[in-house]
Design a binder for this molecule. Structure first.
Ligand SMILES: Cc1cc2nc3c(=O)[nH]c(=O)nc-3n(C[C@H](O)[C@H](O)[C@H](O)COP(=O)(O)O)c2cc1C
Length: 187
């Protein structure tokens, strides 16, 4: 078995987003780990139209080149750390759309959630876990939830509290363990 590959999927794309700082922090913290390779997958680099496949992606009959390209990118990984803000108590539409665009490529993989918002983005995180279940993604318990009020200066400069370091380590340990187990299942 080769090295585990885990994507850090940045789920906000708007100009001036806070998400880039959060995703960069996650990738930076993951950089010292030996159990897996972590790669930033910024949805801003993967523009997709609103779902335009004639058949549900669970049928695996992708008509469009943009779908095939995105599905191939998703397929590269054993697991995914989703970095999501909370938009109107859920995840951004761009993240939901990107999740909807593939199916088998997500199945039997591991996932973790990093959220941020006024109350840590936890309502978005719960929605994301529900979507992940539909995609047969095994989502680990440990979650990072950053507060816009205490982990950002002026709601915009990311300065996470020191308590998040230990939680991040636990999250990486959990996703690597489950990604390994799920790889065995896929094989
Ligand atoms: C369309 C929109 C809706 C939002 N709704 C919520 C919300 O329901 N709860 C919350 O805590 N923050 C909400 N916020 C604040 C965001 O969590 C905050 O602006 C965050 O930085 C957004 O992530 P981004 O900067 O990466 O886009 C909302 C922001 C936007 C742009």
């Amino acid at each position: 078995m080769g090295t585990l590959k885990i994507a850090v999927i940045l789920g906000s794309t708007r100009p001036g987003r806070n998400g880039k700082q959060v995703a960069d922090w996650v990738v930076d913290r993951a950089g010292a780990r030996t159990g897996a390779e972590y790669e930033l997958v910024d949805l801003a680099d993967w523009p997709l139209p609103f779902m335009d496949e004639p058949m549900p992606p669970s049928f695996g009959q992708y008509r469009h080149e943009h779908t095939r390209r995105w599905a191939a990118k998703v397929a590269e990984f054993d697991g995914y750390v989703f970095v999501t803000p909370e938009y109107n108590r859920s995840i951004p539409g761009v993240l939901k759309n990107a999740l909807d665009f593939a199916y088998a490529e997500w199945n039997n993989k591991a996932a973790a959630v990093v959220s941020y918002g006024t109350v840590g983005g936890v309502r978005a995180a719960e929605h994301l876990r529900s979507v992940a279940s539909a995609l047969q993604l095994a989502h680990v318990h440990q979650q990072l939830a950053f507060s816009l009020f205490t982990d950002f200066e002026n709601l915009s400069l990311f300065k996470p509290g020191p308590q998040h370091d230990a939680a991040a380590t636990t999250m990486f340990e959990e996703i690597e363990a489950w990604a390994t187990a799920m790889r065995t299942l896929r094989d």
